[in-house]
Design a protein around this ligand. Structure first.
Ligand SMILES: *Cc1c(COP(=O)(O)O)cnc(C)c1O
Length: 373
């Protein structure tokens, strides 16, 4: 067999894009209006369309999810210490450092891989002002218990909901929990605007403060109320988001079919544990498996087998955030404090899942995993 006959590589995800010609009319409107940014018409339309689709009262759009996280902390005037998970993308904890806040890592639940509510209270000190949980893989946190703890200690809750677009837990959109929820519309996420993000909030006053903070702190032409940042989403990204939103239900449908196929076969494989959401309406953002000691290969050996077959699965989230150099000196980053997170980081592989992944490709991936037994 020659090189050129190898099938193309399969990545963990591939962005969904609508037909290019459908985007041209949006661009023509932008060229016509010459409104490129600063809350233009597409920006306003996308905020409203997302409120409707996600069933949330207020949304502020951002240039990306990381700026939204940084701004969310400022909007709530968070200082001191914030309790968060080590098992996430590094931007979660980076947003704390960017605000001069000390992250306090707390261990995760072995079933959900989200912050373990049983362990949060032990991490609270007089300096604690907030909890920043992550709905990891789009599987919702134990929002009720987290809210009860926050209520008891007077803490704010800011969810990193970067994975949780469209997710409904028991009782509706998961984004309606906590004080704020932050979304990412990065190319690799379920809903993308190339780059983008948003903060979901529950009242008009908070929405207005966030809007000031994402525009340098400007309140009006001559008044600057805070050292805000430039976090605004451009009209191109907002217009693209409006077009993407038309296709989102089909995207979620296709993801669900792939999730179902993986699960049908892999749940029966000894040593492979498929994580699952307990949600009313999951979004199938990722397909994480844990490679356990009774599987014939180690996690890294299976990862390599997949690589060698052109399948670029990813070890999300390995290494733990708490192992990166800017965090590992923090007392709560000590390995003994985070045994569950460490075990998950050493066992996890996220398998490819995206709408254009064919059932033949899914079966190829399954075949490699089953074939080692
Ligand atoms: C993607 C992601 C972010 C960052 O979002 P960007 O839009 O890429 O800045 C933050 N937290 C988590 C958990 C993410 O997966």
């Amino acid at each position: 067999m020659t090189e050129s006959r190898d099938p193309p590589p399969i990545y963990v995800t591939q962005p969904s894009l609508p037909p290019l010609e459908e985007f041209i009319p949006y661009l023509e409107q932008i060229w016509e209006s010459k409104r490129l940014t600063n809350s233009g018409p597409f920006h306003e339309q996308l905020e409203q369309a997302l409120c409707d689709y996600l069933d949330v009262p207020y949304i502020a759009l951002f240039a990306n999810g990381t700026l939204a996280l940084v701004t969310a902390l400022q909007a709530m005037r968070i200082t001191g210490e914030v309790i968060t998970t080590p098992y996430s993308f590094v931007a979660t904890a980076h947003s704390l450092l960017w605000n001069g806040i000390r992250p306090v890592f707390s261990d995760i639940d072995p079933l959900t891989l989200n912050l373990d509510p049983d362990r949060i209270e032990a991490a609270i000190t007089p300096q604690t002002t907030a909890i920043m949980p992550v709905h990891c893989y789009g599987h919702s946190c134990d929002v009720d218990r987290i809210e009860r703890i926050a209520g008891n200690y007077g803490l704010k809750v800011i969810y990193d909901a970067a994975h949780a677009f469209g997710v409904q837990c028991q009782g509706g959109s998961v984004l309606n929990h906590g004080d704020l929820s932050v979304l990412s519309f990065h190319a690799t996420k379920v809903f993308n605007t190339f780059e983008g993000g948003a903060i979901v909030c529950h009242d008009a006053k908070t929405k207005q403060r966030i809007d000031h903070l994402k525009n340098f702190g400007f309140v009006d032409e001559v008044t600057v109320a805070a050292p805000g940042i430039n976090g605004k989403m451009s009209e191109i990204n907002a217009a693209f988001g409006l077009l993407q939103l038309k296709g989102i239900d089909e995207i979620l449908q296709k993801r669900k079919a792939i999730d179902t196929r993986y699960r049908e076969v892999l749940t029966g494989v000894k040593g492979i544990h498929c994580l699952s959401a307990a949600d009313e309406k999951p979004n199938y953002a990722y397909f994480p498996i844990l490679v356990q000691p009774d599987y014939p290969l180690s996690r890294d050996a299976l990862y390599q087998e997949l690589q060698d077959s052109g399948i670029h699965a990813r070890r999300y989230f390995y290494p733990l955030i708490s192992d990166f150099p800017m965090y590992r000196g923090i007392p709560s980053a000590a390995p003994a404090n985070l045994p569950v997170a460490r075990a998950a980081a050493e066992q996890v592989i996220c398998l490819p899942i995206y709408p254009s992944l064919t059932s033949k490709q899914v079966d190829l991936i399954i075949g490699i995993i089953v074939g080692q037994c």
